[in-house]
Design a protein around this ligand. Sequence first.
Ligand SMILES: CC(C)(COP(=O)(O)OP(=O)(O)OC[C@H]1O[C@@H](n2cnc3c(N)ncnc32)[C@H](O)[C@@H]1OP(=O)(O)O)[C@@H](O)C(=O)NCCC(=O)NCCS
Length: 158
Amino acid sequence: MTSDDDRQPWLASAGEAAEVARLLDAFNVEFDTPTPGVEVLAARLRVLLAGEDTLAILAGVPAVAVALVTLRPNVWYPGPVALLDELYVAPDLRGHGIGSRLIGRLLTEAAERSVSLVEINVDEGDVDARRFYERYGFNAIDPGSNERALCYFQELTP
Ligand SMILES: CC(C)(COP(=O)(O)OP(=O)(O)OC[C@H]1O[C@@H](n2cnc3c(N)ncnc32)[C@H](O)[C@@H]1OP(=O)(O)O)[C@@H](O)C(=O)NCCC(=O)NCCS
């Protein structure tokens, strides 16, 4: 793998929305999840990445991995809460430390923004991803509790 050796992960600009969109679309295609397609994603990302509360971190030249993060305020914390919306490394490059470097950069960026909490939703059966996140200090059990946290959601379709 040569591409990732060239450059450490960096924060994508709005001008790199198409690169981010290409990787997010590939993620959903690989896992048979609906995607609106690269063009729609790129148009949304051009707006989102120009703001303060959506971050994308890219790795590799050309980019082969992405972390997408959104920030929001939360009354229980002095700083923002970050949600890792997506983390994706191209299939043939997994297991070479790229995802770890993205997490490292994410935690650095979060600290610079005084983020108080970083959240990640993971499928229960995705034991590889769970082991990966736990290695970097994430936990699915609240301190002081013996119960695993669950994420409930409901899609609202207009
Ligand atoms: C999870 C993922 C981002 C990790 O990135 P990576 O560059 O492969 O990870 P690293 O090389 O830094 O670290 C290796 C660890 O990643 C995890 N990992 C490796 N291959 C993986 C795979 N195909 N799927 C999920 N996790 C994997 C394992 O925990 C591995 O540790 P191990 O050596 O104990 O098995 C990457 O594998 C990936 O994109 N997987 C598919 C998409 C996905 O599951 N995203 C997370 C959704 S919550």
